[in-house]
Ligand binder design. Structure first.
Ligand code: SF4
Length: 366
């Protein structure tokens, strides 16, 4: 497929198209490249929460802001395995593990993250990480451990980025994306709307993402969740119409990507989310929390899926499972693996996901 080189003016024009016309156009593009009845479900797990030295104005995990999040040290393999199985039983085909770091360091914690990646890869889930900046060799090691995707958001336009983060630059972000790409990882990169940016900033970010070659396989669109204690605590909730416009514009500008409806869904009605799916959203984050901010309950999501006739997408529907380099397991680890092995029967209806999720939640207590 020939990839169009969009100008900023063209993207702004798309964004400002009369709303119903925009949704119709985006829905048509969506149907050319995706199954409109399938939605990929990811679970975002905070494997190391809080205490981050960066100053992202939207983030409650920045150590310099006074928020009431509970910090935690890096999770163990056992904790992550349980969370992954629970997520899988709830319909998630991808687990995204997030650590509140400025950048990855070549230390024991990175070795632990590599083990966590292997653990989740062995459960036949797509594994994504969001760990801050990383070098090409670190990206390579993650890929060898079985990482499928790396998330690193551009957040906004290059110009507006300076207004919300001063501890690193836009170039650093792009460099990390390039490093991940060199290791043949798929890319997940998007942004946040509702931070005080202009429509032009939103469209500039999409232009930057659309100009990457290859384009990111996944573009998360977040609505700011204004957390008390952060510099953006007084920002007003993003109107649903802005979210629909942003989703639709992303779908049109980057037709083959997975557009991920991310943070801010608790403020959206079922009807608003349905319009986002109509406009080309093809993924959501599931689970009661998105790192530290609230997210709809998995049951609510499944009810909405049933209502709309949407089905969860299977893992590796759009790419091959990475083969992790082999590691010898101890007898204890082998026994653990059997205990937590994936349910053997095929899961193909939302009802089954619902009952399995319930069953697993009562079994698995983190
Ligand atoms: S968004 Fe990430 S890098 Fe920025 S403060 Fe939060 S945890 Fe740190």
């Amino acid at each position: 497929m020939e990839i169009k080189n969009w100008s900023l003016a063209e993207i702004v024009e798309v964004y400002n198209t009369p709303l119903l016309e925009l949704v119709y156009r985006a829905a048509s593009v969506h149907r050319q490249h995706h199954d409109p009845n399938t939605v990929q479900i990811s679970t975002l797990l905070s494997i190391k929460t809080g205490g981050c030295p960066e100053d992202c104005a939207y983030c409650p995990q920045a150590a310099r802001y006074h928020t009431d999040i509970e910090t935690n040290d890096l999770m163990t393999e056992d904790q992550v395995r349980k969370a992954a199985i629970n997520a899988q039983a709830g319909g998630s085909s991808r687990l995204c593990m997030g650590a509140a770091w400025r950048n990855v360091k070549n230390d024991d914690e990175f070795e632990q993250v590599l083990r966590l990646v292997k653990t989740v890869n062995e459960l036949d889930m797509e594994v994504c990480c969001t760990l801050g900046m990383l070098t090409e060799s670190q990206a390579q090691r993650l890929a060898e451990a079985g990482l499928y995707a790396y998330n690193h958001n551009l957040d906004s336009s290059e110009e507006f980025y300076k207004e919300i983060i001063s501890t690193r630059g836009y170039e650093d972000r792009l460099q990390t994306l390039e490093n991940a790409r060199k290791a043949k990882l798929t890319l997940c990169s998007g942004g946040i709307i509702g931070m005080g940016e202009s429509v032009e900033d939103r469209c500039k970010m999409l232009k930057t993402l659309a100009s990457l070659r290859p384009q990111p396989e996944s573009v998360p669109i977040n609505a700011l969740v204004a957390v008390e204690g952060t510099p953006l605590e007084d920002q007003e909730t993003v109107p649903i119409w802005d979210m629909i416009r942003m989703v639709a514009t992303t779908r049109i500008v980057i037709p083959t990507t997975t557009v991920r409806l991310s943070a801010g869904r608790t403020s959206m009605s079922a009807e608003g989310q349905a319009l986002c799916f109509m406009a080309g959203a093809s993924s959501i984050f599931a689970g009661n929390k998105l790192l530290t901010t609230p997210n709809p309950d998995v049951h609510e999501d499944m009810e909405l899926f049933n209502l709309l006739g949407l089905k969860p997408q299977a893992a590796f529907a759009k790419g091959e499972k990475p083969t992790a380099k082999k590691v010898e397991l101890s007898e204890v680890e082998k026994a653990e693996r059997i205990k937590w092995s994936r349910p053997k029967h095929k899961i193909d209806t939302n009802e089954e996901y619902k009952s399995l999720a319930k069953e697993k939640r009562s079994e698995v207590k983190l």
